[in-house]
Design a protein around this ligand. Structure first.
Ligand code: PLP
Length: 378
C-alpha cells in the first residue's frame, strides 16, 4: 500500500480527520455574507458555540488559524501597564512567549523543560511578587503531548486578580476545561483539533471581565469589533464562508455526540494509546502524570528515526502520524487521537507500528499492543 491522502489513517496532531458531513457542508455555491441566509448560519453557530466550550459567554469566530485567535487575545487583552507572566514547557508555550512579547513590555517567562510538569511553584512565586496583570499558558502542549494542570494554578491566578489567558487550541473538545471554575478569562480554540472541522478558524471565549477589558490591538483581529458585529449575526470583514458552513456542521456533530461523550471517548482512546505504547516497550515522552488525552507523544526507539519509523508507516501502511518539532525532530513521534478519531484508527496504527518494530526484532510479545487496545474498547 502506498500513501493515499483520500484513504489514509490520519492521526496527526491536528488538523484531524473530517467527517464527510462536514466536508459536504462546504460544497455550497457562493453565499452573500451580508444576506439573511448567511446571518442565519452565523446565528446557529453562535447558539451552538457553548456546546464546544462547555460554557456560555462572549464567543467570537475569527477567520484565521489558531494563531490568529492567540494574536487577537494577546493584542486585545495584554495590559499596557504592569507585569505579564508567560508559562512554557513546550514549543507552543515558547511561541506564545514570542507573541506576548510583541504586545507587552514587562514580561516574565516561567519555563520548565519541554515535556515536564508546569512549574506551578514558580508561577505562584511570580504572582506573589505582585503587579501581575495577566498569566498566559498553553493548556495542552501539542508539541510534547502534555496537558498542563490549570486547576492547580487557577486559585493563585484568581487571587492575584490577573487575567487568565489560555491557549486551548488542542484542548477544547478534547480534555475537560472548567472555564468558569478555573476563572479563565480568554480561551482560544482552533477549528482543526477536537472539533474536527477544517483548519482556518479560531474560536475565542471571553469572560465578562475580559470583554470589558478589551482594547484595540490589531485591526483585523479586534475582538471588540467582532463581538459588536456578531450581535447582529454579522462579521466585521468578509468571513471564510465555506469554513463557517463546515463549522456549523462540526458543531452539530459535536452536539449529537455531546461534549461529555466526546471527552470520554477521547480519554478512552488516549488510555488505549498509552497502554499500547507500554505494550510495545516504547516510552512516553512527557511526564506521564500529565500525558495528554488528545496527543500521545512517544520516544523513537534507539536507532530508529523518522525514515525508519514514520516514513515507513506513511509509505507502506498509509498511516499518518506526526513527528517531533524543533529539537525533538526525529526523537519523538506523536499520535493525535482527538475529534472523530476512533478505535479502527488506533488499531491500524498500532498494528502497523508493531509490524515495523517486529521486523526490526524489537517486539517482545507479538499482539500485546493490539490486545491492550481491544481490552479498552467499550
Ligand atoms: N497552540 C497550540 C497548542 C497548537 O497545538 C497549535 C497548532 O498545532 C497552535 C497554537 C498554532 O495553531 P495554528 O497552527 O492553527 O495557527
Amino acid at each position: 500500500m502506498t500513501f493515499d491522502p483520500e484513504t489514509t489513517t490520519f492521526l496527526i496532531a491536528g488538523p484531524v480527520r473530517i467527517h464527510p458531513r462536514v466536508l459536504r457542508a462546504m460544497s455550497m455555491p457562493s453565499l452573500n455574507h451580508r444576506g439573511d441566509y448567511f446571518h442565519g448560519i452565523v446565528q446557529e453557530i453562535r447558539e451552538l458555540l457553548p456546546v464546544l466550550f462547555g460554557a456560555k459567554g462572549r464567543q467570537v469566530i475569527l477567520s484565521g488559524s489558531g494563531t490568529a485567535g492567540l494574536e487577537a487575545m494577546y493584542s486585545g487583552l495584554l495590559p499596557k501597564e504592569g507585569r505579564v507572566v508567560v508559562v512554557t514547557n513546550g514549543n507552543f508555550g515558547d511561541r506564545s512567549n514570542e507573541i506576548v512579547r510583541r504586545y507587552a513590555s514587562n514580561v516574565t517567562t516561567v519555563s520548565a523543560p519541554w515535556g515536564q510538569a508546569l512549574p506551578a511553584e514558580a508561577v505562584r512565586a511570580e504572582l506573589a511578587k505582585g503587579d501581575v496583570r495577566a498569566v498566559c499558558v498553553v493548556h495542552n502542549e501539542t508539541s510534547v503531548g502534555l496537558a498542563n494542570d490549570l486547576a492547580g494554578i487557577a486559585p493563585a491566578v484568581r487571587d492575584s486578580g490577573a487575567l487568565f489567558l489560555v491557549d486551548g487550541i488542542s484542548a477544547v473538545a478534547g480534555i475537560p476545561i472548567a472555564i468558569d471554575a478555573w476563572g479563565i478569562d480568554a480561551l482560544v480554540a482552533g477549528s482543526q483539533k477536537g472539533l474536527a472541522a477544517p483548519a482556518g478558524l479560531a474560536l475565542v471565549h471571553l469572560s465578562d471581565r475580559a470583554a470589558s477589558a478589551l482594547h484595540p490591538g490589531t485591526f483585523y483581529l479586534d475582538l471588540a469589533a467582532h463581538l459588536k458585529s456578531l450581535e447582529k449575526n454579522d462579521t466585521p470583514w468578509t468571513p471564510a464562508v465555506p469554513l463557517f458552513l463546515a463549522l456549523r456542521e462540526a458543531l452539530l456533530l459535536l452536539k449529537e455526540e455531546g461534549l461529555e461523550g466526546r471527552l470520554a471517548r477521547t480519554h478512552r482512546l488516549a488510555e488505549a494509546a498509552r497502554a499500547a505504547t507500554d505494550a510495545l516497550g516504547l516510552a512516553l515522552f512527557p511526564d506521564r502524570r500529565y500525558a495528554s488525552d488528545t496527543v500521545t507523544a512517544i520516544r523513537n526507539p534507539d536507532g530508529m528515526g523518522d525514515p525508519e519509523l514514520r516514513k515507513v508507516l506513511e509509505r507502506q501502511y498509509n498511516v499518518l502520524v506526526q513527528g517531533g518539532q524543533g529539537a525533538l525532530t526525529g526523537k519523538i513521534f506523536r499520535i493525535g487521537h482527538m475529534g472523530i478519531a476512533d478505535w479502527p484508527d488506533l488499531l491500524v496504527t498500532f498494528a502497523a507500528l508493531e509490524r515495523i518494530l517486529g521486523r526490526a526484532g524489537r517486539v517482545a510479545t507479538p499482539g500485546a499492543s493490539l490486545r491492550a487496545i481491544v481490552e479498552r474498547m467499550p
